[in-house]
Design a protein around this ligand. Sequence first.
Ligand code: SF4
Length: 238
Amino acid sequence: MDENEKIFLTRKQVLDAIRMDFVQYESQFDLYQELCPILTDSREFISQEGRNDCLLITRGKKSKTRRMNDQELGRYLLNTLKANSYPLSVLAEICSKVFRTTSWTGRHGKTGVNGIWIKTDMAFFKCRQCGNCCRNLNYQKDCTEKDYRRWKTLGREDILEKVMIIHHESIAPEYRIWIKLDSSQLYTECPWLVTASSKGRFECEIQDVKPEFCRQYPLTRKHADMTGCRGTFGQQCS
Ligand code: SF4
């Protein structure tokens, strides 16, 4: 498999990536239900109670039932994951479920560290220019210092005037995009999204210098699936 079709994560990086996944996507009840027996060696399982609640049930003599909502359950599973030193083979199984892709144990070629390889499925991703990401993603807080500096260096005043800078006394400034010129309101849809010449397609007016966040989207196939991306992932797709 080509190097750019897979990524390597250390044990710590796996935990960070799973935490980010749980925070980023709400309502992953089906996933949590699959993970619970793996994380607890089948001592605990989850059943759904109504729309937002579930029951965490401990088997055995000290059987008990706890009611939790989806977020509490995510935190509980994450804490269980952090508190135990699972074999890498189990972590690989967990990664396959969380990231909806193939994961396996292995050694990093350069560092020699043991960890988890994760197939990214992104090597042949092709954007269909549907514009869904530009309309629906919550990108407002994802402008970075690096983006800002790049636009400064290029003298892109047209872009800079749509960036709000939030200054802080002791920490680095934060940036918000994109702000309407005649008010302090942020656009709800990206203002750089324009209709393309091909029917039903859209393009970015600042494609060559767009923010890093947009450049990297979608990070994974799951990211695409969870955020309404209509791109394709096969080598043969146009
Ligand atoms: S949602 Fe996916 S397919 Fe649509 S424009 Fe964004 S990256 Fe392209």
